[in-house]
Design a protein around this ligand. Sequence first.
Ligand code: PLP
Length: 401
Amino acid sequence: MTEIFTGSFTQQEPIPEEGIAAALEVLRHGRLHRYNTVPDEISHTALLEEEFAALTGARFCLAVASGGYAMSTALRAVGVVPGDRVLTNAFTLAPVPGAIASVGAEPVFVGVTEDLTIDLNDLAQKVGQASVLLLSHMRGHICDMARLMDICDAAGVTVVEDCAHTMGAGWDGVVSGRHGVTGCYSCQTYKHVNSGEGGFLITDEEEVAARAVILSGSYMLYERHRAAPSPEVFERVKYVTPNISGRMDNLRASILRPQLRTLQDQVIRWNERYRVVEEGLRDTPGLRLTHRPEAEGFVGSCLQFLLLDWSVERVLDVLKRCAARGVELKWFGAPEPVAFTSRYDSWRYAPSAPMPATDRILAGLIDMRIPLTFSLEDCAQIARIIRAEVSAVYQLDTPEL
Ligand SMILES: *Cc1c(COP(=O)(O)O)cnc(C)c1O
C-alpha cells in the first residue's frame, strides 16, 4: 500500500501554559505598551530583553516588532544611509533585501555554495564594494565564520547578522549573532520562538545599542530599558536619531519569556527530527543533502536538499508526487516566487547581475519545514515518501545502463 502522510507542515506547538497565564494577566491589567508600568513594575518587554541578552551573552538587547524591523534598525544604527551599497546573500528571504531597501540602500548580492552558505570566494571579490555586510544565515546554514570575519575585518566591513533561523545555534562554540557587530532575530511563528510577530537586536557596541533603542520609538523613556547602555550614551545620540516606531509589546513579551527558557530543549528536539529525515534521505540517487560541518551547531527546524542539474519538469514531477502523498515541499527554483520562496532576481527593485553558479543551486533547491508537532515516526515516514518519489522520477529519466 502507498503510504500517505497526513500531518501538517505548518502546525506549531501551543504556547506554554506559563506563557498563556502571563498573557492573561497582561490582558487583565491592560498595560500592553512597554512603557506603561505602575511604580516598581518592570515590564515583560524589559525583562525579556534582559533575559535574551543573558542567553546570548550580549551586553545589550532590544526587542522589536519583527525580524525585518530588527535588521533595518541595525543597518541604520551602524550608519547605513540612503544611496549606500550593502553586501548580502543572493539566497535569502525577502525581508533581507527589503530591510536594505527600507533604508534607501542597495543590495550587492553574494552567491551561494552547494552547502547553502554564502560563497566566501565571491564575498572576497565583492567585499570592496560596500562597508556593511548583512549576512543571512538563510534556513539556518552557517558559513565558516572565522574566514568570513577575516575577509570582512581585513576590508573594514561591518557585519550585521540575520539570525532568523539560527536562534539557539552557534559556530565553533560562539552563539550565532555574536560574530558581527549586531545580531538580528525573528520571533515570527515559523522561527524558533513564537509570538506571531517580533524580533530582537543584540550588540556589544553602546552607541549602536543607544541609537537602536531611540530608533525603535523609546520617546525619551530609554532609562526604562535594562539591557541598554547608560544614560550618558543616550545623551550623545538622542538629538540626532529619529524615532521610527517598531516596539515590542508586553503581551508578546509575556509569551516569549517562557519560550526562551525552553529553547535549548527545543533545539534538541528539532535536531532529533532533522537527523531522522536526513538519515532517511541519505544516499538517495540524484539527491544531494547539505553537508553540516562539525563546527556548526545548527537548529534543524527545516531541511534542504538539492536535485542538482535536474530538469524543471523532473523537479516539478517530484513536487507533485510528494504533494499527492501529503508531503509539502517548497522549490526555490520556480520562475515565479511561491509562498516564502524567492530568488534574488525576483526582487526587481534591487538591480542584480546574473549569477549562473547561484542560479544552478537555486534551480535544484528543495526545502521542507520540520515543525515540532511532527513525531520521529512522522519524520521517518516523510523521508520514505521523498526517497521513493525522488528515486522513481530519477529512474524514469535515467537511461538504462
Ligand atoms: C523570517 C526571516 C526574517 C525576518 O522575518 P520577519 O517576518 O520580519 O520577522 C529574516 N530573514 C530570514 C532568512 C527569515 O527567514
